[in-house]
Design a protein around this ligand. Sequence first.
Ligand code: SF4
Ligand code: SF4
Length: 477
Amino acid sequence: MSQKIPVKIIDAREKTQAKAPEEISLYAAREKIYVKEITGLFQRLRTLSLCLLMGAYFAICWISVDGQQLVYFDLPNRQFHIFGTTFWPQDFVLLAWLLIICAFGLFFITTLFGRVWCGYTCPQTVWTFIFMWLEERIEGSRNQRMKLDKAPMSGGKLRKKFLKHLSWFAVALATGVTFVGYFYPIRELVPDLMTLTVTSGWAYFWVAFFTVATYLNAGWMREQVCLYMCPYARFQSVMFDRDTMVVSYNPTRGEPRGSRKRTEDRDQLELGDCIDCNMCVQVCPTGIDIRDGLQYECIGCALCIDACDSIMEKMNYPKGLISYTTEKNLEGDRSKILRPRTFGYGLALLIMIGAFSVKLGLRSEIELDVIRDRGALFQTSARGFVENSYTLQIMNKSDEVRTFDITVAGIEGISLSTRAQVTLEPEEALSLPTVVEVNPGNMTERNHDITFTLEMVGDDAVRTEVESRFLGPDPRR
Ligand code: SF4
Ligand code: SF4
C-alpha cells in the first residue's frame, strides 16, 4: 500500500524574505554613568594614595638639588637625571632593566592583591577621580547631576557646565605643562609659555597634546579607557588564581536578595542580607553590579565595599557582604599567600633588583667610545708613518671637573699625533678627532688590534679601555 508523505511547499519569495539578514549595529552608545560619592575606609585610602601621587607628579619637577632638577629628561644632551643619578645613552640598558623590574613588581602585586594598581594608582584612575571630585563640587550630587542633565538649557545650567569644563581644562593644562616640565626645565618653561617665548615648537605641541588627552580621558571617556583601551585590564586576569584577593559579593550570605524595612526580620521574610538597595552599583565608577560575579570591568577600587558596609551598618547586619577576599575563602577554604606563582614572581623580582643594584654600583664614572674613520683606510704622513683617524667620544659622568690621559697600545711604537690629555667639566661629553701613527716597519700584518685607554690624572683606578683596529699597507709587499 502506498503511503502519502506530507510535503510542505515553500514559496521562494517567502524563503528569501525569511532569510533576509538582520542589521545589527556593532556600535553600542555609551550610557553615561552618574557615580554617587561615598565615604568609608577604602575611599579614604584611595584619596590618600591619589593625593600622594598627584602631589608627587606636580611637585617633583619643581625640586632642584645643587641646581639640578630632581627628575629631568634632557633629550638634547641625551642625559636622564633621575633622583641624583644621571643616565647616559650607554645606560639605557639599565633603564630598560628598571622598567622590567617595575613590570615584575606590578605582576607580583597583582597576583597577591588583584587590581590594586587599577583602583588606587593608575593615572587614569587618579585623574578621573580629580575630575569627578570637581564635577560633584560644581554640579552637585548624583541625583542633582541627573536632574541637571535632563533639564532644558538655562542660565544656571550653562554657568555650572561652563565652570565644570573650565576647571577640568585648568587641571588638564596644569597636567600638560607639568609633563613637558620633565623634558624642558620647568622653571623656564612656565615663564616662557606665559610670554610665548618657548624655544622649541615641540614644547607647545606636547603641552597641547597632553592637555587635550587629559581633558578627554578623565573628563569624557573615563571608564571607557579601562574597558576598551587599556591592554593591562585584558591580560592581568592571567595573573589571577583562586588565592588572589578580589572584591567579591558573598551570594551565600546575600541571596535571596530583597528590599525590607529595617525593623523586619529577614529570617521570617526568608531573605538573605542583600536589601537590593543598588548602592553598590551607584558608587561603581565602571557602572557594574558586583553581585553578578567577578568581571573584567571591575577595577578593584572597593567603593562598593564602602557603600555596602554603610548599608549593613544601618540595617544592623554584620559588615563584609561585599569584601576583599579570595575565591577560596568564599568557598570556605583557606587561602595561601606563598604559592608557586607568587614565589616565582617574588624570586624573579629579587634577582632583578639585586642584579640592577650591582650593575648600577659598578657603573663607570667615565665612558669612552672609539669610532674609526670610515672615509679612508689609512694615510701616510710626510715622514712616512702610517696614520689612522678616529673620533673618541669621551664622557665625564661624575659631578667633578676631571683631567684624563689618552694612550694607545697594541703595536710597537704606536702613538697619538693629536691631543693626549683632555679636561672635562662635570657631566660633559666631548667628541675628539684623533690620529694614531705607527712606523710601517713595526707592522707585521695589515690589520692590528689596538687598545685605547682613558685614565684619570691622579687616580689610575678611574680608567677604561676600548679595543679598535689599526689598518696599514700589506707588509709582505
Ligand atoms: S565593582 Fe566595586 S570594586 Fe569593582 S569597580 Fe565597581 S565599585 Fe570598584
Ligand atoms: S549595597 Fe549591599 S545591600 Fe545594597 S544592593 Fe549592593 S550588595 Fe545588596
